[in-house]
Write a protein of this length. Structure first.
Length: 282
């Protein structure tokens, strides 16, 4: 284990500014303003004033909105499955979607908070729903890289690839392959750019109530990767069958040097929790 847990908080909110706080799918941190953003997979955006020291020192909700089109209309049901969240070097907030696969730039403050500004063109292979293994297995993860720009990954590999051949895509068309974890139905649920320019991947394996629920953090070395598969290193593996009391972690964000947070999706039910886990990669 190269992961050191620093703190954890369970988030108890029914609603924030009238928006239901549930089913969080990703998290992003704006270090310029100390605001932590969450996106929910029913098309909701939340913002919290946050500070991270040796513990989570501050976490206070300050805003919420339903994601909307340029015209201010809520997206239709099959177009609002927001899954990935990231902030670029200019402080712009981007969201990726399943259902109808897309990546778009959204307002993150002001009167238009949560409204779409611009959609971005995807690499050709990511544009067509037929290339994904299902409508609900498309653009799950999103990150911004200072060299390559926006990066995304589908939850499961595209149909043209083996089930264990995962891929990170840049919007420019550049791509990097890596091997998914050996556990059944292992899926990419989030990713973040590390301090050295390589990628921290969050994978989740769930294959049934009586099978292990496994969360894996791994490093994918995309810098100077010249082989078919980029080198990977497992940094942490948490299995429910090995004593870990883990929830359905789906979101990942870098909040400081070597420091990150993960957030879990409570499934909008009584039995699961919304957890924010603060940790360091040693």
């Amino acid at each position: 284990m190269r992961m050191k847990i620093l703190d954890q908080k369970e988030l108890f909110f029914d609603t924030i500014e009238g928006v239901k706080f549930a089913e969080l799918s990703d998290v992003a941190y704006d270090k310029q303003t100390d605001i932590l953003y969450f996106v929910g997979d029913k098309g909701a955006l939340f913002s919290f004033r946050a500070h991270f020291g040796e513990k989570i020192d501050l976490l206070v909700p300050i805003g919420a909105s339903i994601l909307r089109s340029k015209k201010g209309k809520r997206f239709k049901k099959w177009k609002r499955d927001s899954e990935g969240l990231s902030i670029d070097g200019k402080g712009r907030l981007f969201i990726s979607f399943e259902g109808e696969a897309k990546i778009a730039w959204f307002h993150k403050n002001g009167k238009k908070y949560g409204s779409l500004i611009k959609k971005y063109s995807l690499p050709k292979v990511l544009r067509h729903q037929k290339n994904y293994r299902s409508r609900n297995k498309s653009l799950e993860a999103l990150a911004w890289h200072p060299k390559y720009g926006l990066l995304t990954a589908s939850e499961w590999p595209l149909r043209q690839f083996d089930k264990k051949k995962q891929t990170i895509y840049a919007l420019s068309g550049k791509k990097w392959h890596f091997k998914a974890e050996p556990e059944k139905r292992s899926a990419v649920v989030a990713m973040e750019v590390m301090d050295d320019g390589n990628i921290l991947i969050l994978e989740r394996s769930y294959s049934g109530l009586f099978n292990p629920f496994v969360i894996t953090l791994k490093k994918v070395s995309i810098q100077d990767c010249k082989k078919e598969f980029c080198p990977t290193e497992t940094l942490a593996k948490m299995s429910s069958h090995k004593g870990w009391d883990i929830d359905n972690f789906e979101g990942l964000a870098k909040v400081g040097k070597h420091r990150y947070v993960m957030v879990s999706d409570n499934g909008d039910n009584f039995y699961q929790r919304t957890l924010l886990l603060y940790f360091e990669i040693r």
